[in-house]
Design a protein around this ligand. Structure first.
Ligand code: GAL
Length: 457
């Protein structure tokens, strides 16, 4: 009966203060229906329903049945669900006795998951593991001391030798390993429907910078019936990521890094220009941008109703799962204009919360995520490349093989703001709020002021 509820301490006062402040902020940012419970006392009973969590596959969160791995993630869209299922299948093949309670908190870029997890951690009822971006997104959990140090139990020599160094560094923000990354996504992709661009007379490889992209969108709108740029504004993250790539495309890595360090007003003209460009693009979005999710926007590229979409290469996972929509002949991609030579990185990982309902199974799962087998099953379907350097490339197909080459040849790998690697959760939450308003209002002055204030204490 090794697998009983973990004996780690409960939630300390320090942890509670750290996480409850953030949980409150995140609840506001995400605009989560059913939230409203942030700041509640950790002793006030169970709370797994806030923030839109779906618990369709049965509850096993109190440690009652012992060893089931409860995994919370947001991969329910596009080909993402298939990728997760392939990972879990591999895990069950390796550990036939392990039970899995697959418990998604749907919402692109973790828009619902964050609040769910923070409330559960505060209520001392964490799942066995959950999806999180390594890097700065981990820091509040590390500072709050709610994650196990897995430097010895999971990060063996094989993993340390095989993982790319940059990804290893992201997994130990406080010095000890606390996360196991499973993938590397590229963010600075501009995907397009080949026949729509042919009809429009637009050559995507000739678009030199983010401003020239506005001209290409105009041309699509004049020459075709298609939506020039598929997009979603229901949740702020897609505009944040598009904006960060516009800023990178115009100003390069040093200016972007300086922005992530809080130097906003020093670069006022550049920040305003990039906001204005996003506003220019917005007149070419689909009319239903405010009421759809990213994969629905991406579906417009698949069915030929839209020309372009800016997305991470999880969008390519969706193309792969669509029937008769083939790379090169039907869809392709160029780096977002102005960002050639950069590989803007988004990574996902799984962690080991303290007070764990299934410590042995959780350890086995995290060890499995670090293997060649897991990364070979998961990444080709997900649309990402593996963080291990020794995963065979055959299963990846031509598009992801070209991404692997692009990664190897890239001059820089800028960390992302929208997906939590480059800025703290507080700053990230503030920036999300700025873009939640900018989406729809398109008021450059107030967005600029919001970005200046996003970094103030
Ligand atoms: C990112 C995540 C990706 C993908 C995307 C869309 O934050 O890292 O794996 O899920 O959100 O939801």
């Amino acid at each position: 009966m090794k697998d009983n509820h973990d004996a780690d301490d409960g939630v300390s006062r320090r942890t509670y203060i750290k996480l409850s402040g953030i949980a409150g902020a995140t609840g506001i940012v995400a605009g989560c229906a059913g939230g409203g419970n942030e700041g509640s006392s950790p002793t006030e009973g169970e709370n797994t329903q806030g923030g839109g969590e779906q618990t369709t596959e049965g509850e096993n969160t109190q440690g009652g049945s012992g060893n089931a791995l409860e995994i919370v993630h947001w991969w329910t869209a596009g080909g993402e669900q298939d990728a997760l299922n392939a990972l879990l299948e591999g895990f069950k093949e390796k550990h036939p006795d392990a039970q899995v309670n697959n418990n998604p908190a749907p919402g692109g870029a973790g828009s619902a998951l964050d609040t769910v997890i923070k409330n559960r951690v505060l209520n001392q009822n964490p799942p066995s593991t959950f999806q999180i971006w390594p890097g700065k997104a981990l820091t509040e959990y590390v500072d709050g001391d709610v994650l196990r140090d897995i430097s010895d139990s999971v990060w063996n020599d094989d993993m340390r030798n095989a993982y790319r160094q940059g990804v290893q560094d992201l997994s130990k923000p406080g010095g000890n390993f606390v996360a196991v990354p499973i993938n590397i996504h590229r963010l600075n992709n501009l995907f397009y429907n080949v026949s729509v661009l042919e009809e429009a007379g637009v050559d995507p490889s000739s678009i030199s910078d983010p401003g020239a992209f506005t001209d290409a969108l105009k041309k699509v709108s004049e020459n075709t019936d298609a939506v020039p740029l598929a997009h979603q504004t229901q949740s702020p993250w897609s505009s944040v990521q598009l904006w960060e790539n516009i800023f990178l495309g115009y100003n390069g890595l040093d200016a972007y890094t300086s922005f992530t360090e809080g130097n906003v007003s020093k670069q006022e003209d550049a920040v305003r220009e990039s906001l204005q460009t996003l506003k220019d693009y917005s007149q070419y979005f689909n009319e239903d941008a405010g009421s759809i999710a990213w994969d629905q926007a991406n579906g417009k590229v698949v069915n030929g109703n839209a020309a372009f979409i800016h997305q991470g290469d999880w969008a390519a996972g969706q193309y792969q799962s669509a029937d008769g929509f083939e790379y090169d002949s039907d869809w392709s991609m160029v780096p977002f204009p102005g960002t050639e030579g950069m590989y803007s990185v988004v990574t996902d990982s799984f962690v080991f919360p303290k007070n764990n309902p299934s410590p042995e199974t959780t350890k086995k799962f995290l060890q499995y995520c670090g293997t060649v087998d897991a990364q070979k099953r998961f990444n080709p379907i997900k649309g990402s490349i593996p963080p291990r350097t020794d995963v065979p490339t055959d299963p990846f197909g031509p598009f992801l093989q070209s991404q692997i080459e692009a990664f190897k040849n890239s001059e820089s790998q800028p960390p992302t703001i929208a997906h939590g690697t480059a800025v703290t959760p507080e700053v990230h939450g503030n920036i999300d709020e700025v873009f939640a308003s900018f989406n729809g209002q398109w008021n450059v002055d107030s967005a600029y002021n919001g970005l200046v204030n996003a970094f103030s204490e």
